[in-house]
Ligand binder design. Structure first.
Ligand SMILES: Nc1ncnc2c1ncn2[C@@H]1O[C@H](COP(=O)(O)OP(=O)(O)OP(=O)(O)O)[C@@H](O)[C@H]1O
Length: 320
């Protein structure tokens, strides 16, 4: 079902984080469908962010704002600069120019681990679960602000143990939610591709982030697990988090996004709600021009079938 603002399951829901989910989504109704459009309540704002690799301009984002409390998809053909932009926003790479902020705080020189602690957590295209650690150990690695990390705090072991108990409790809750609890003592390396994606998402939530950034969450996931992953992503929004995800699976983008941002050749080239963006000729050109595993639409399929049937009928009518 398309995620529109009239979705009765989420409208008027006020959750423990204080974000009125329905309001955040409805507010997008007044936002212009154009690259760099201003959002009513942005959680991320980026200006003039540019990253060169040799002579190649991988990212050249003039201005972009990510609305708080909604699901935003970042789409674009292969090599458009989506992952590089993710890396820059989260401190895993440094730009040649530009500035960006999270909750109004400039992140220009903030290292990745601090960005995560500030509440902006990401997952990776190729999952980075630590295969030689158990599922539970992976979850513990995801917890930030652990007092046990610091020597000074280690002197206050009871305090540290308290933290560890809280982490274990939180990890158990998340593993239940992501249907991984029975695997908690298995090595992460023994999980299927889809389960690793689930573990990565669960681990990201150990830090209780405000913004969850997912890089191709559906890649390598079997159809059965896809539905469950979609549900999990929606539940992140429904508990008041903001979600920004990169994805090539257009069904997923159409199904769960409140807003779609399109990149091509490093730049933002279009923005809007999913239906409007996917009907935009510039987007179709940018996508079909460079990305080849896009499914044809039902309408296109019908047109092709009708043309084939007409051709067969015409041949049958030809004099032998
Ligand atoms: N470390 C690097 N060194 C050199 N070039 C790079 C590096 N990382 C990315 N690039 C180049 O920058 C451009 C943008 O790549 P990026 O991976 O960000 O695109 P993308 O939109 O995420 O693509 P995909 O959808 O295929 O993952 C590409 O031309 C890529 O080859």
């Amino acid at each position: 079902m398309p995620a529109d603002a009239s979705d009765s399951t989420t409208v008027e829901v006020q959750n423990e984080t204080g974000v009125d989910i329905g309001a955040a989504r409805r507010a997008l109704g007044d936002v212009a469908h154009e690259p760099g459009s201003k959002k009513p309540d942005p959680i991320v704002v980026a200006d003039g962010v540019r990253r060169m690799f040799g002579g190649l301009i991988a990212v050249d984002v003039e201005h972009v704002e990510i609305q708080r409390g909604v699901i935003t998809a970042l789409i674009g053909p292969n090599g458009a600069g989506k992952t590089t932009f993710f890396n820059l926003l989260t401190g895993f790479d440094r730009p040649d120019a530009g500035e960006w902020s999270f909750n109004g705080t400039s992140l220009g020189k903030v290292p990745a681990y601090k960005v995560a602690r500030m509440g902006m957590v990401r997952t990776f295209q190729l999952t980075k679960v630590l295969s030689k650690l158990t599922v539970m150990e992976n979850m513990r690695v995801g917890a930030t602000g652990q007092k046990g990390e610091k020597l000074r705090s280690a002197m206050f072991a009871p305090l540290w143990r308290g933290q560890e108990n809280a982490n274990t409790e939180r990890a158990n809750g998340l593993l239940e939610r992501f249907l991984l609890i029975k695997k908690k003592d298995d090595f992460a390396g023994s999980l299927s591709g889809g389960q690793r994606k689930l573990l990565e998402m669960a681990r990201a939530l150990m830090a209780d982030p405000e913004l969850v950034m997912l890089d191709e969450p559906m890649a390598g996931v079997n159809p059965a697990l896809k539905q469950s992953l979609l549900g999990h992503v929606k539940s992140l929004r429904d508990e008041g988090r903001s979600v920004l995800f990169v994805e090539h699976d257009m069904d997923m983008v159409r199904d769960i996004s409140d807003w779609v941002i399109v990149m091509a050749q490093g730049k933002i080239v279009a923005e809007g709600p999913p239906d409007a963006v996917m009907a935009d000729q510039r987007v179709i050109d940018a996508y079909l021009g460079a990305h080849h595993d896009t499914d044809i639409s039902e309408e296109q399929e019908e047109q092709i079938l009708a043309a084939a049937e007409a051709e067969i009928a015409a041949k049958q009518e030809e004099p032998q």
